[in-house]
Design a protein around this ligand. Structure first.
Ligand code: ATP
Ligand code: MG
Length: 356
């Protein structure tokens, strides 16, 4: 019996609802597969913890997570706690503390879910966006001078390092190589930004030489939004900076039907530390507590987690069950259905039990 230790951090808003759904699917997979076992420890960190303790997690929070094989994360953010505190107090210290430099975001149109793009269905849009997750525009460098005065200046410095760009580029080329089409698009803005972005282009060309079987091209981020919308079939694997990929993956999620189906994995490819798996969406307080959050993004990220742990058979079984349930039209309201989170979850678990 293979055993894994999982840290679950449901956190805020719909986080606890979708994490509960994901854990139900995991338990069903354990029973169905019978050859692996997950031991899950819950952490009550997040905005409520902040209100009680003045911080989002204990001071040694990151250290507490270190022994785990993976982190299963819900969503963070609350209407009455500043973003600066929620983001920099919980998610980012984990991503940065464990050097989860590759943020991997698969997008495809699931059967039964309509894309807002006319004539585009399953098979027409099948992408993986690789987001640089450790530096770039979100490095936190910059500042404000002459605050509040007419001559005030604010800077937000994007930091790109040769080490950082080379490692994400290698990860993206390797991922593209592992996919049937062996196709990679490198996104920058090197016409207008003359330093770090030009370095991205140069490093892409250098790393490309290590992967002669991967076909690759370069796109400017503005033109990329048009290409994603107008020629989705022309794309496969995509690599971009922290900010660009953040924006492009919201577009990708919307084109695939809803943010409620978009998963993400924060990976330490060297496996020195635990990687973290979460739905892309936030805490969505507008629907929290109503029982209608779409659990599909969370199921998909559970599949990413199982793949990362080496349990690809269970991961495939889960995704087959999810696709069969969406195909049957058991859908939450965000993707045009009337089912609740629990109904979708029960349908997926029933399908897992009956799968061969
Ligand atoms: P954050 O600031 O953390 O990104 P947010 O409040 O901006 O959070 P998101 O949670 O990212 O918002 O989602 C935006 C909207 O999409 C929500 O208001 C919600 O209506 C919808 N949404 C997001 N996730 C889901 C989901 N899993 N199921 C259904 N609807 C969702
Ligand atoms: Mg948001």
């Amino acid at each position: 019996m293979r055993e894994y230790e999982i840290a679950a951090i449901p956190a805020d808003g719909i986080g606890p609802e979708v994490i509960a759904a994901g854990l139900q699917a995991l338990e069903t997979l354990e029973e169905r597969c019978g050859d692996f076992k997950l031991r899950v420890k819950h952490f009550d960190w997040g905005s409520d913890y902040y209100k009680a303790h003045g911080r989002m997690m204990p001071e040694d929070g990151v250290t507490q997570l270190k022994p785990f094989d993976a982190i299963f994360f819900g969503a963070v953010g609350a209407p009455d706690v500043p973003d600066d505190i929620t983001l920099w107090g919980l998610r980012l210290p984990i991503c940065q503390g464990f050097d989860q430099y590759a943020n991997v975001r698969p997008t495809r149109i699931l059967p039964g879910i309509a894309s807002p793009l006319a004539g585009v269905g399953p098979g027409d849009l099948d992408w993986v966006i690789v987001r640089e997750n450790s530096e770039g525009e979100y490095s936190g460098h910059g500042g404000r001078a002459h605050r509040g005065l007419p001559e005030e200046v604010g800077t937000e410095v994007a930091i790109f390092t040769r080490v950082g760009v080379t490692r994400i580029m290698r990860y993206a080329f390797r991922l593209a190589q592992s996919r049937p089409r062996k196709l990679l698009t490198v996104v920058t803005k090197s016409n207008a930004q003359r330093h770090g972005m030009v370095m991205w282009d140069e490093i892409a060309a250098e790393v490309a030489r290590e992967f002669p079987d991967v076909t690759w091209d370069k796109m400017l981020v503005d033109a990329m939004t048009a290409r994603m919308t107008l020629k989705p079939r022309s794309l496969d694997t995509i690599v971009a900076t922290n900010l660009h990929a953040d924006i492009l993956s919201d577009l990708a999620g919307a084109l695939a039907g809803s943010l409620g189906v978009a998963p993400t994995a924060n990976i330490d490819p060297e496996r020195r530390y635990p990687s973290m798996f979460e739905p892309i969406h936030g805490s969505a307080f507008d629907i929290a507590g109503k029982g209608i959050a779409n659990p599909v993004a969370t199921f998909w990220t559970v599949a990413q987690m199982l793949d990362h742990l080496g349990e690809s058979e269970a991961a495939d079984r889960l995704m087959r069950a999810v696709e069969s349930v969406t195909r049957e039209g058991v859908l939450t309201p965000d993707v045009g259905g009337t089912a609740t989170t629990q109904e979708v979850t029960d349908a997926v678990c029933r399908t897992i039990r009956g799968s061969n």
